[in-house]
Ligand binder design. Structure first.
Ligand SMILES: C[S@@+](CC[C@H](N)C(=O)[O-])C[C@H]1O[C@@H](n2cnc3c(N)ncnc32)[C@H](O)[C@@H]1O
Length: 291
């Protein structure tokens, strides 16, 4: 069956359902380690209770969907995402223990399901969900108001929204450091404010405007700063960074490219800590309720 998407999300489908999604799926453990410091704060804000019906937006490889399912107990969690390779990892992980220290062959939670869909337009049932959450998944919707109107229709009145989204690029040391190294002295164009991408929800005024237009109550914003990990050592971190931002090297001549990679390596080595290669990062915890 053909996936129904808003045509404005075609670029995101193309990216996440092919090379970018394959990289995230293959390196799921690296991405989990990178973001894990934020999980408790997001789940605390979501305040999932036994019996809740939970929707995880842009669930990727599913670790937050699984955590939500465990907290929902007799309820359920549904993870939706555009990316078939990432959803394949999510489904596989649900059938096996994620934590190697867990009981051998223990199954993951059974009260969850995954769906490949564009959350902006998918016809979810009306007023189905008690809690809607997302870890860095909602900044990629091309039309924020249309997406949150659709998601709001599927949220019961009083249902909770909990989002973790990046604050601006300059507030995220990792992004500034990697783009500076790989730009190799070039002035890189900045995307227009609100354009789909990691920093599309960095401006609280724009996010509040869009959520209220979609039928959500005045949102709350809490800034959370955590170290973000890019791997146990510099070579692992280099693989991680080039998997996400390697396209920045396209078009550089050999000498400039060599210099850019040397600058990246030196920066990664300078950020080695006992827990791995770590950079400062900063996100918004955005909370609201459906009116
Ligand atoms: C940065 S990843 C985050 C994945 C996951 N939440 C995590 O924290 O590991 C963003 C995810 O949003 C998904 N996504 C982007 N636009 C979407 C849309 N319109 N509908 C559903 N998922 C979408 C992508 O496929 C991708 O998996």
């Amino acid at each position: 069956m053909t996936l129904q998407i808003d045509p404005a999300n075609a670029d995101q489908l193309q990216a996440w359902d092919t090379a970018e999604g394959v990289f995230w799926a293959e390196e799921a453990n690296l991405f989990e380690h990178a973001l894990h410091r934020y999980d408790d704060a997001l789940l605390d804000l979501a305040a999932i209770r036994d019996g809740d019906q939970v929707l995880d937006l842009g669930c990727g490889t599913g670790s937050i969907t699984e955590a939500a399912a465990r907290l929902a107990g007799s309820g359920t969690a549904l993870g939706v995402d555009l990316s078939s390779p990432m959803l394949a990892i999510a489904s596989q992980s649900a059938a096996e223990p994620r934590n190697a220290a867990g009981p051998r062959n223990a199954a993951g939670p059974r009260n969850l399901a995954y769906l490949q869909a564009d959350a902006q337009v998918y016809p979810f049932p009306d007023a189905e969900f008690d809690v809607v959450l997302s870890r860095t998944g909602t900044m990629f919707f091309a039309d924020q108001v249309a997406a949150f109107t659709n998601i709001g229709r599927a949220t019961r009145p009083g249902g909770r929204l909990a989002l973790l989204s990046w604050r601006s690029a300059p507030e995220n040391e990792w992004f500034a450091a990697f783009t500076t190294a790989l730009a190799a002295g070039r002035e890189l164009p900045s995307p227009p404010p609100g354009a789909p991408g990691p920093f599309a929800q960095a401006d609280p005024l724009m996010v509040a405007r869009d959520l209220k237009a979609a039928g959500f109550a005045e949102p709350t914003f809490e800034a959370v700063d955590e170290p973000m990990y890019f791997g146990r050592d510099a070579p692992t971190a280099e693989r991680f960074v080039l998997g996400v931002l390697g396209w920045l090297l396209v078009g550089l001549d050999d000498e400039t490219r060599t210099d850019a990679l040397a600058a990246l390596r030196a920066d990664l080595q300078a950020h080695q800590t006992a827990e791995g290669v770590a950079y400062a990062s900063s996100a918004w915890l955005i909370g609201s309720t459906k009116e």
